[in-house]
Design a protein around this ligand. Sequence first.
Ligand SMILES: [Fe+2]
Length: 202
Amino acid sequence: MLKNIFETPMWHKRISPKWRDELKRLTGVIKDIRDKDPNSNQSQYLNGYTTYYSKEDILNSKDFINIKKVIETEAQEFMKELGICDNIDVKVETLFGNINGQYSAHSMHIHEMSHFSGSLYLDANIKDAKIGFLSPSYLSMMHFNPDMFDKKSFKTSLKLTPRTGDILIFPSWLLHEVEPQQQKHERVCVAFNIILNPRRPV
Ligand SMILES: [Fe+2]
C-alpha cells in the first residue's frame, strides 16, 4: 500500500481580476515608499528594495487594509482545504513590499516564527524572475539525485513564474528563493507571514 508522508501543501491561485486596479495602486504606493526612503539604496538587497528594512509599517497602513483581507480570505480557504479551519483564527502577522529591479535576487531562506508565508504579486509578468522552492529532503541527500527518476514524488525543487494577481501561500519552513531578475521591468509583490491561533472556547 502506497502512503505519501510529509507532504508540502501550497496554495497557488490568481485572485479575481476585480482587484487589478488595487494591485496597480499598491505597486505605486510601494514605489513611492522606496522613492521617499532615505535608506532605499540598501546593501541588504542589491538592486532591489524591501520595506522589511524600512520604518514603514505597511501592515498597519490604511493603504493595505483591503489586500490584507484578501490574503486572509485566501489563507482561510487554504486552511479549509487542509481541513484545519475549525476553531482557528488566520491572521496576517507581517507584511512587507518587495521590488525586484534588474539583477536583484533573494537567496534561499525560510521565514521564522510563523506558520505560513507567501507572496501576492502586484506587478509580475512571464519574463520576470522565478520563485524557486527546495525540498528539505535535498539537504539530506547523499548518493544520488532523486530528480533523475523524473517523478513528481521524487522532485527536490520547483520553480514558478508568478504573474500579476497570483498568490502563493506555503509552510514557513519551506526553503525558497527569488532567482535573478533579468529584465529591466520591476517585479513588485507583497510578502507576508501568517499565524494560526486556536480560538479559545467562550
Ligand atoms: Fe521569503
